[in-house]
Design a binder for this molecule. Structure first.
Ligand code: SF4
Length: 282
């Protein structure tokens, strides 16, 4: 028990230190200032990125996703470095993995499915596939605002960790908070009053992530591949249920049509890049 208390207090101390540093650090812009970074800042963010996602997509869907992830990780790290601060997110903190629709791409889903097949035992894979299938059914056809509010991502384990962290989709890589306490407070607010809350984010990070995401989506469109944007739970369900689905998609078939995201003109295209989080309601 003493050990657990000690651990919790260390964790709290670390979080408080990070928050103090975040508050004290000079930033390129205020977190809620949505003005884009300057051209020089964009150049600096994207300068360390090498490789061409479109070229990678000529031969291998999952490889294109891995390259887009690598590019985004470097760009995001650069954006945080330039801002002189760090994300408030911590291991096991999973407020943003609940009740949020993740709009992703088939190459990223291909990377997730092959990672799960490589890493999990047949029994564990079957358990995850069952969770994914249940979520896919609830998510089917929902809009961003109509997405099941309490639903944790099926790729989240019991301790709040992402089981596909290394191959998580671009929105998950990008959607970092500046203040974990604001996420926790927002979660409570949503539980109590059902109202949405703002979570402070770094616009430069959101911008860099959006650019990388756009590059992958454009490469898919340029190759005339079908359904460039898919809902995560449904698409992973398709990829796990049919080992040939990605190959069929890559050959031009609309194999992920069922997972196409439902967008409406009056909704934000993806809540993951929006300025508010929908937190679970119980
Ligand atoms: S893929 Fe991982 S990071 Fe993304 S919502 Fe699911 S559990 Fe969270």
């Amino acid at each position: 028990m003493a050990n657990r208390n000690e651990k919790a207090s260390k964790k709290k101390k670390k979080r408080e230190e990070r928050q103090r540093a975040a508050r004290a650090a000079p930033r390129m812009g205020a977190p809620d200032d949505r003005s884009p970074p300057s051209p020089a800042e964009i150049d600096r963010m994207l300068a360390p990125i090498a490789g061409d996602v479109a070229t990678a997509l000529e031969t291998d869907a999952a490889a294109a996703a891995r390259l887009a992830h690598e590019k985004s990780d470097r760009a995001l790290a650069e954006a945080w470095r330039l801002a002189g601060t760090r994300p408030g997110c911590d291991r096991g903190c999973s407020y943003c993995c609940r009740g949020l629709r993740v709009d992703t791409t088939v190459p990223e889903v291909a990377a997730i499915a092959s990672y799960l097949r490589e890493q999990l035992s047949p029994d564990d894979l079957a358990r995850v596939a069952e969770r994914v299938s249940a979520n896919a059914e609830k998510a089917h056809g929902t809009t961003v605002m109509g997405y099941p509010a309490q639903m944790p991502c099926a790729l989240l384990d019991e301790s709040g960790k992402c089981i596909v962290y290394l191959v998580r989709p671009l929105p998950c890589r990008t959607d970092s908070s500046l203040d974990a306490d604001a996420c926790a407070a927002g979660y409570e607010e949503q539980l109590t009053n059902g109202t949405e809350v703002d979570v402070p984010k770094l616009p430069q990070v959101m911008f860099a992530g959006t650019k990388c995401s756009a590059e992958l989506r454009n490469a898919i469109r340029d190759r005339n591949l079908k359904t460039p944007v898919v809902e995560l739970q449904e698409a992973v369900h398709i990829a796990l249920s049919d080992a040939k689905a990605v190959d069929r998609w890559f050959a031009g078939e609309d194999a992920f049509a069922q997972a196409r995201v439902n967008t409406r003109a009056d909704e934000k295209p993806s809540v993951s890049f929006g300025d508010k989080r929908r937190l679970p309601v119980t």
